[in-house]
Ligand binder design. Sequence first.
Ligand code: PMT
Length: 398
Amino acid sequence: MAGPLAEKHVVLGVTGSIACYKALDLASKLVQAGALVDIIMSYGATQFVTPLAFRSITHRAVVTDQFNPDSEYSVEHVALAQQADVVVVAPATVHCIAKLALGLADDPLTTTIVAAKCPLVVAPAMDGNMYDHPATQANLATLKERGVVIAGPGTGRLASGLSGIGRLLETPELLGHISYAMGKDGDLAGRTVVISAGGTMEPLDPVRVITNHSSGKMGYAVAEAARDRGADVVLVTAPTSLADPALVKMVQVRTAEQMGEAIQEHVKNADALVMAAAVADYKPATSADQKIKKSEDDLNISLAKTEDILKSAKGNFVRVGFAAESENLVENAKAKVGSKKLDLIAANDITADGSGFGSNTNQVTLIDRDLTVEELPLLTKYDVGNRILDRVKELFRD
Ligand code: PMT
């Protein structure tokens, strides 16, 4: 199994909040992502959900007792701390956050955290007033200063029935924070990467657009891969149905023109631009203010060329394009390396099974500015992103 969590040891600390039920889903998704998950529950957490529920998901012993004579480890908290690639506390109560800020170690979770050297993610969940309390804010600031990744909380309906800040983040956002925490000092730390995604929408009138089949999955996957290696990521995206990746700066656009403007603005200080978006080459020459009415006659639409974003983007950064091709893959992609002055192109055979638009996998051939060709196998889009970023990293050295 590939992905940032595959075969990683995750210690998931669960403390006493009604949001404990969501930690079951987080544990399940971590296991599905290939992680080995050790659960440590506070006494409060065991009042909301049972250790058996977690054990049934992780297939591993759940730690609830500091002094368990039957533990498989001689010194449990030290053993778990040493194995861990990341420790996550979700949900984290006000009380647990205060203990962590003070460095207290009076239960299995806090002793493990004090003994651990790996990244720590703390996901608060509490009533809004408890979150706003100056002590809580000061404790969270202390943890942040120490390099702890604070995930959330989100805003919305709280268990009390009130609405406000204090909700535990949803599982996908928590997974994003966990991957980020593990990779934040990675090989792209200190680099800014601008990525485009999705299919632009060129309006014909207020109702109709010219667009294409891009789902955005490829661009979003490159963005997540870059984030998980420590890069600051700006994702300029045309409309998609995908959730925003956590800890990525999102810039929403619709048309090729808007995408071009946003790219130019953000690429000024960037180290690399990866254009995975399917940008319209042509747009309606005019866009009607009112809905075009049906008539007895055919309708001819005149199309105007859009500006080539990759070609016209100004600045000193590594330029990576994609080439969506349905024939003469390598030949057509090589021509684009020259015409768009690219450092690298990912030639994408959109006719191959499991490749191109909408799929979770992709098969690309990388071609660099010397026209050297490297054919990659069918990979997840996240792994394609990583293979591209490996090459981008080499180009930084050049
Ligand atoms: O989004 P998914 O469903 O995951 O699908 C992924 C994908 C098939 C869209 C993606 O892998 C892909 O191939 N993206 C590039 C699609 C494309 O527009 O190819 P192109 O050959 O038309 O353009 C070549 C390059 O120039 C691309 O990097 C494109 O972003 C860029 N371009 C194109 C037109 C334009 N006006 N400005 C540009 O910068």
